[in-house]
Design a binder for this molecule. Structure first.
Ligand code: FAD
Length: 373
């Protein structure tokens, strides 16, 4: 039986600790309610927002003028053959903990990522050399276009770096209800990421629990875990840049002009052989770009780029507004573009902003289409 609340504050439901209220709000615990909830929204012409743990979004100070559906269904079931089926409302880190306790490998490097399991497919969550797409078998969804329950295979999810159909071509079409992962009883250590590699020097075969603890420690040194801190954040605010060889040459020449002290470090990202015209194959971490531009710890009022990991925008006092965040982001992106020629794309979803507002904060038409589509 659905229970609709009005004017529910969203700030406490996001890890940024920012944002106005939802005009209407409903919790989805029983999957049988989904079609009733969606037809209610349709009959009142309400826009909808599916909310998990609110850890990958910035909500406007005006809130969301529509119906927020907070997915809260619970349950982790072992299916045999090292597969697990997870309800979307399960806290993701509890799933990782469960897998480690069962000796099931494949997601231990994704420890301590906030949020609920329904969202892991949305941006193909990844960290420390693992990505959800490497283990995801399928997701069960409610398809709003056909008004049916469907199963989408890994291929149908269209995964790439921080992308899937759920945040690009088919945004807002599906409510993800559960996810099946294929894990492995055989150890599958991924210690390739530099921080992890360093941590296990002299211990080439750490246990799964040791890896989980190491990842948690490494992460905690870089930025605050929102549930345990007064400082809010939404993880990485800026995506890493994926650029072509031609773009790399432009960036290199900008570094020679404006950031010569960082040129050697930039050149480490240059592949040994260039493949002309192959688009977007060189990855440059945004953390490096922001550091090179002198933006570590860059602060305006209540908002700051994290001094240790500058891709994370911090709500330092817990009192920041969404307007303050986007003004700082605008300033930061302008500095980066001027010095390097790179456009830093933003990662979290921006909720409740109009196209005009986003234009004012310096977002281009492609980004505006993503956030308002
Ligand atoms: C401290 C911190 C560290 C982080 N580290 C990482 C990291 O290492 N790697 C990484 O990839 N991300 C990271 N993130 C981002 C974030 O935690 C993940 O993207 C997470 O999966 C979001 O889950 P959520 O439940 O909070 O999603 P929400 O923020 O609630 O939603 C995010 C998007 O997914 C959609 N969505 C949510 N649930 C569903 C559903 N059931 N069906 C359909 N759509 C849905 C929402 O509509 C929204 O568009 C980090 C965030 C923080 C705050």
């Amino acid at each position: 039986m659905m229970h609709i609340e009005r004017n529910r504050p969203l700030k406490p439901l996001t890890t940024f600790k920012i944002g106005g209220p939802a005009r209407e709000f409903v919790e989805l615990s029983d999957l049988n309610d989904i079609s009733e909830i969606l037809s209610y929204a349709e009959s009142y012409h309400l826009k909808t927002l599916v909310l998990g743990g609110g850890s990958n979004m910035l909500v406007s100070d005006n809130g969301f003028d529509g119906l927020v559906i907070n997915v809260r269904n619970q349950g982790i079931a072992e299916l045999g053959d090292n597969q697990i089926n997870i309800a979307s409302g399960e806290i993701w880190d509890n799933v990782v903990k469960f897998a480690v306790e069962q000796g099931l490998w494949g997601i231990e490097n994704l420890s301590r990522i906030p949020g609920r399991t329904g969202a892991i497919a949305v941006q193909n969550v990844g960290a420390y050399g693992q990505e959800v797409s490497q283990v995801l078998v399928n997701v069960e969804v409610y398809d709003r276009k056909t008004n049916t329950f469907r199963t989408l295979s890994n291929d149908e999810c269209g995964f790439s770096y921080r992308k899937s159909i759920f945040n690009t071509t088919e945004k807002n079409r599906h409510v993800i209800l559960s996810t099946i992962l294929q894990l492995s009883a055989e150890p599958k250590r991924n210690l390739s990421y530099p921080d992890v590699k360093k941590r296990f020097e002299g211990n080439p075969e750490p246990t799964q629990q040791e890896i989980r603890e190491a990842i948690k420690e490494i992460r905690d040194k870089k930025f605050p875990f929102p549930a345990e801190s007064t400082q809010g954040n939404a993880g990485s605010f800026f995506k890493n840049s994926l650029i072509s060889s031609e773009q790399f040459e432009e960036v290199e020449s900008n570094f020679k002009k404006h950031l010569p002290d960082y040129l050697d470090r930039l050149l480490k990202y240059k592949p040994s052989s260039f493949i002309p015209h192959l688009s977007s194959h060189i990855k440059i971490p945004s953390a490096f770009i922001l550091e090179a531009c002198g933006l570590k710890g860059f602060r305006r009022g209540d908002v700051m780029l994290n001094p240790t990991q500058p891709v994370v925008v911090l709500n330092v006092t817990g009192k920041a507004t969404a307007d303050e965040v986007l003004c700082l982001v605008k300033e930061v992106r302008a500095i980066v573009e001027e010095k390097t020629g790179l456009h830093l794309y933003t990662e979290p979803e921006l909720i409740g902003f109009s196209a005009e507002e986003l234009r004012g904060y310096g977002f281009n038409e492609e980004e505006i289409a993503r956030y308002t589509g």
